[in-house]
Design a protein around this ligand. Structure first.
Ligand code: DAH
Length: 360
């Protein structure tokens, strides 16, 4: 066999033996690269006689073509082998279970949850939400609500007052949500049906009182509204809120300057080993104050008491939240302790609805 034929066989053997594309590339460079074996043979052509060049040239070029062809065939084979290997490696098993969703961090505070629950229930009864500022005037917090200046009822509320202004008037932190009644009556024409949830403040701090707490006020003003409507609304509210089919309520006479008559409402319950059940038992729990809006209040807010009447109620949100969700210490509501929140808080996407359940 001629040298050329031997070289060609060697190179073709190396091509067949190359197991991956980089080895194959090395074979190509060694044969056809600038300093490759076949390129070296081609460069000898110049020194040959024309006769020799004719035969040798044709032979070398033939060998070069064969090598080039073998290289490209081998490259195709290696490529498809590599692709098959990747496909075998990267298959997706669609029967695998889904990955766990990311851990939901953060919880809705029970008070926010309870406010959402309240508004959901009252919205379903056709109430809208009214709001007012935490910093109020003495006039809206007291005077227009029929607390005459100097009247002892003002002392019932331990009020945070701001320093008096030059004209002697004083702003204060509202002691109840009732001034929002005044704001609503001054800005809307009856019929009125609103609830006003919000922050309230009193100088008081012990196991059952915090200086800042929450109330929800309700107000209905219309031509024919009466105590029967009020009782029905509160009864329906309590059933929906405590998520029970049956609840017993009791109304006791009371006193508030802005209502006449004034009542306090209790719900029946049984306390059993730290648990509380509603609608049965011997205990009564006071949950709210209410009554028919006093004619003086209607008059102070520009509503004619001979044409319209109405009723109102005010309820502590913190307390009903604790009752519903079994929290023992009021102060924990304000501690911002993440461990407590993880336990008592609610998942952000589980929004309370009447159909889907309030306290998920
Ligand atoms: N504002 C009262 C309080 O803070 C609660 C209240 C009682 C509100 C009777 C009312 C009501 O609207 O009619 O103690």
């Amino acid at each position: 066999m001629s040298d050329l034929a031997t070289l060609e066989q060697t190179i073709l053997g190396q091509i067949t033996a190359a197991g991956d594309e980089s080895t194959l590339e090395a074979v190509r460079v060694a044969a056809l690269g600038k300093k490759g074996s076949i390129s070296a043979l081609l460069s000898t052509l110049g020194k040959m006689s024309p006769e020799e060049r004719k035969t040798q040239g044709a032979a070398i070029n033939l060998a070069k073509d064969k090598v080039t062809e073998a290289l490209s065939q081998r490259r195709e084979v290696l490529k498809s082998v590599a692709l098959d290997a990747r496909l075998a490696n990267e298959t997706i098993d669609v029967t695998l279970p889904l990955r766990e969703p990311p851990v939901e961090a953060g919880r809705i505070h029970p008070l926010s949850q309870v406010m959402d629950e309240l508004t959901t229930i009252f919205a379903d009864m056709g109430f809208s939400i009214a709001e007012g500022p935490d910093i109020e005037t003495d006039d809206y917090n007291f005077t227009k609500l029929n607390f005459p200046i100097g009247h002892p009822a003002r002392e019932m509320h331990d009020t945070f007052f701001f320093n008096p202004k030059e004209d002697g008037s004083r702003l204060l932190l509202r002691t109840h949500t009732s001034p929002v009644q005044v704001r609503t009556m001054l800005s809307q024409k009856p019929p009125i049906r609103v609830i006003c949830p919000g922050r309230t403040y009193r100088i008081d701090s012990d196991a059952t009182h915090t200086p800042q707490f929450h109330q929800v006020e309700g107000l209905v003003i219309d031509k024919g509204s009466h105590l029967g409507h009020l009782k029905w609304i509160l009864h329906e509210f309590c059933k929906a809120f405590f998520e029970v089919d049956h609840i017993n309520m009791r109304f006791r006479p009371s006193f508030f300057p802005f209502t006449e008559p004034s009542l306090e409402a209790d719900i029946q319950c049984r306390r059993d080993k730290g648990e509380i059940r509603f609608g049965e038992g011997e205990d009564w729990l006071e949950i709210l104050g209410c009554g028919m809006v006093h004619p003086n209040v209607l008059r102070a807010c520009g509503i004619d008491p001979d044409e319209y009447q109405g009723f109102a109620w005010g309820m502590g949100i913190d307390r009903i939240a604790m009752l519903k969700y079994g929290m023992s210490d009021l102060r924990q509501l304000f501690d911002s302790d993440v461990r407590w929140l993880n336990h008592y808080g609610f998942r952000p996407l589980e929004v309370p609805t009447l159909a889907g359940g309030l306290g998920s």
